[in-house]
Each structure stands twice: as structure tokens, then as C-alpha cells.
Design a protein around this ligand. Structure first.
Ligand code: SF4
Ligand code: SF4
Length: 177
């Protein structure tokens, strides 16, 4: 009896699949797009080429640490309050467009764009370079002079609220100048 039931279920699921196929075949317009003359409208949350804004970046390295393939390289200049990003590169030839770096950034300094045409002839062109971060005197007042941290109340737990300085001053995959 089970044997007959299995055959029936197989035929039923095949018929269900073919119903969807025939519906698209007979009643849906062709959707071939004559790329590159015509391009499809991309969804709002499309994850294209990354863009980093070095004027917003604090060099916290959260994005680089969140990256599963270590394709973000961050180098620093200076120490303490004077520290600034001296090099910010993303190797998009290894980036897998997961967007984890964007989610990790608390400053909205790195974001995905709607750009996806990234073919090039030279491998080095796949390294997106986002220039130097601003010097301290170029920062908005609230960034240049952050408020003094408040002493934790008794019983308070958790890590520091300010971005941690990584021991080597460099992100995973990054280098210390
Ligand atoms: S999108 Fe993913 S793979 Fe690409 S740089 Fe960000 S975290 Fe790394
Ligand atoms: S997480 Fe944001 S602020 Fe931190 S280093 Fe990356 S881009 Fe800069």
C-alpha cells in the first residue's frame, strides 16, 4: 500500500511543478533584458560595490573584523585621539558581497551601492582605495573632542563603550605603518 501511495505522491508533485512551469511558459511575457543597453531596476537593498567614507570612519576596525574573507585593509597614523585612518582598502576581487561589514559599522561609514559593473583588466584595480581619513583639526567638534567617559556605576558589566584600540593598531589582514 505504501508503494502505491509513494507513486501517487510522486505524480502529484510532478504535476504541481509542471503547472508552475506551464503557467510561466504560456501566460508570462518574456523577460530577456538587452543588457547593457537596458538594465533591470535593482531592488533597494541590492548589495553592490562597497563604498567607504573616510571622513566618517573612526578606524575602529569592526568592519575588518566582521569580514569573513579579510578583504578589508585598514592602517592607522598617530595614537590615541590623534589616530586617523591612513589607508582603507577593500579588495573586491575576494569580497563576497555579504554586507557583514556594513552591518558592523556603527558610523555608517561603509555602505553598499547599486554599482555592480566592476570588470577590469588589472588585478590591482580591484582594490578600492578610500584615501586618508581627516586630521583631528578637520573633524567635527564632537568627533575631535569626544566627551569624557563616565565612571561606570557599581555593578555595571560589559565592555568599554568607546571603540577598542587593537593591540597592533591594525585590522585583521591590515598592517601597522
Ligand atoms: S561585503 Fe562581506 S566579504 Fe565583502 S568586505 Fe564586507 S564583510 Fe567582507
Ligand atoms: S566599522 Fe566603520 S568606522 Fe569602523 S573602521 Fe570600519 S568603516 Fe570605519
Amino acid at each position: 500500500m505504501q508503494y502505491v501511495e509513494d507513486i501517487f505522491r510522486t505524480l502529484l508533485t510532478c504535476a504541481q511543478g509542471m503547472r508552475i512551469t506551464m503557467r510561466h511558459l504560456l501566460f508570462t511575457d518574456n523577460i530577456t533584458v538587452q543588457y547593457p543597453d537596458h538594465k533591470r531596476v535593482l531592488p533597494e537593498r541590492f548589495r553592490g560595490v562597497l563604498h567607504a567614507d573616510s571622513t566618517k570612519c573612526t578606524g575602529c576596525t569592526l568592519c575588518a573584523r566582521a569580514c569573513p574573507v579579510n578583504c578589508i585593509i585598514i592602517e592607522f597614523e598617530g595614537k590615541g585621539k590623534d589616530r586617523r585612518v591612513a589607508r582603507f582598502e577593500i579588495d573586491i576581487s575576494t569580497c563576497m558581497w555579504c554586507g557583514l561589514c556594513v552591518e558592523a559599522c556603527r558610523e555608517s561609514a561603509i555602505e553598499t551601492t547599486l554599482e555592480y559593473e566592476i570588470s577590469c583588466y588589472v588585478q590591482d584595480d580591484m582594490r578600492l582605495k578610500f584615501g586618508l581619513g581627516p586630521k583631528k583639526e578637520q573633524l567635527p567638534a564632537e568627533r575631535a573632542e569626544p566627551p569624557a567617559p563616565q565612571a561606570p556605576s557599581s555593578g555595571q558589566t560589559g565592555g568599554p563603550s568607546t571603540p577598542p584600540e587593537s593591540p597592533g593598531g591594525s585590522a585583521p589582514g591590515g598592517q601597522q605603518p
